[in-house]
Write a protein that binds this ligand. Sequence first.
Ligand SMILES: Nc1nc2c(c(=O)[nH]1)N[C@H]1C(S)=C(S)[C@@H](COP(=O)(O)OP(=O)(O)OC[C@H]3O[C@@H](n4cnc5c(N)ncnc54)[C@H](O)[C@@H]3O)O[C@H]1N2
Ligand code: MOO
Length: 402
Amino acid sequence: MRDYYEALEELLANTQATTQTETLTLEEAEGHVLAETLTVNYDAPMFDNSAMDGYAVCGLDRTEWEIIGVVAAGDDITATQLEPGQAIRIFTGASIPANTDSVVPQENTTVTGRCLSVQQALKPDANIRRQGEELKKGDVLIASHSIMSPAAIGLLASQGYASVNCFKPLTLTLFSTGDELLALTEALAPGKIYDSNRPMLLGWFKHYAYLNVVNGGVLPDNYDSIKTALQQAAGHSDIIVCSGGASVGDKDYVKQVLDELGTLEHWKLAIKPGKPFAWGNINDRCKVFLLPGNPVASYATSLLMTLPAIKYLAGLSLEKARPKKWKAQADFSIPNNKQGRRDFLRGVLTMTDSGVWAAPVKGQGSHMLSGCVNADVLIEIPAHSNVEHGQWLDVYPLSHSF
Ligand SMILES: Nc1nc2c(c(=O)[nH]1)N[C@H]1C(S)=C(S)[C@@H](COP(=O)(O)OP(=O)(O)OC[C@H]3O[C@@H](n4cnc5c(N)ncnc54)[C@H](O)[C@@H]3O)O[C@H]1N2
Ligand code: MOO
């Protein structure tokens, strides 16, 4: 069996990131992957400006000043300057007039006619946001291979970028396999179950703007049908994800088809759930992932293996493609751990005064999706290692929780 971390790195090392790009307006770019490194166009702040509504004053060795006018955000103050003993009414974001020593918030002042009085001692430079204190012109603003998050879009807009180069979204076709599976429009029958993996993964993958997700439907346990469907999908997809048939059963035809059409790597991962996992390529251009059919195993291998590879394919940096991992203290113990695989328990987090604690939820079977629904994280339990109460463990946040 393969160690999870070694397997993930091997999969990533065998994944070629897309190079195709397109220009998107900032509005279109939300959630896409940036394909260029952008630099700072203007110092930020662009000019010295006030952090408070109040008064800009000249001269700090006094308690009274003469108010000579008003400056608001957007005003041009090129011709305005203060002399010692003078103050000017100023608002948040307004340019700082020449010779300003400090800005006094209005709640610390008394105004009588044109006379400003302040009793507290004033600090030089207080409440002044200086030009370039955040960003200097010419520095890197956002590196290529970053996600266009709402904050990234705001930052780019603040620098006057109206459009950006992003990697073109990848087309992902999703299949389920198995004669036992029914679509939600079909009536239940003996031995049959509803296909839950496909709706689950469709919903999940559609969150990513850099994926065009195509619903491939259910594939029957029939070699020829699977071959035709995979061949067709490979013609218009960059990625195929298929759940079921990853294991060793007689009807696990998907692996055989993949072996015939392209290349196949079939792994036994030393993780629970999610042991059987396979991947390969069709036509050198379409990456295929075979997930184990058990729903929680499908979920876990999506989070731990498939999505990292997809994110890297779609243009994200390796660092951002790897699954996010945090630490939490065990609010449970496992005294005699005989598990030969890393166990990724579905768990909840509790924030207390003593930190973040993790505890497993009820229902840990790899067929028990209710455990995933109720959980915040996967709690990693290393193989053959006992867990003591209070021990720090790695936890992986689940897609819906944070
Ligand atoms: N002899 C062995 N049997 C199994 C092994 C093994 O190592 N040796 N591994 C077990 C593990 S671990 C897993 S996980 C499963 C994975 O099996 P497959 O990927 O081949 O998937 P299936 O056999 O098709 O299905 C397994 C299970 O999941 C249900 N399923 C499948 N697809 C869906 C779906 N879209 N929605 C809901 N449920 C689905 C299916 O009905 C089965 O109950 O293999 C073990 N067996
Ligand atoms: O590892 Mo299987 O994925 O235990 O259900």
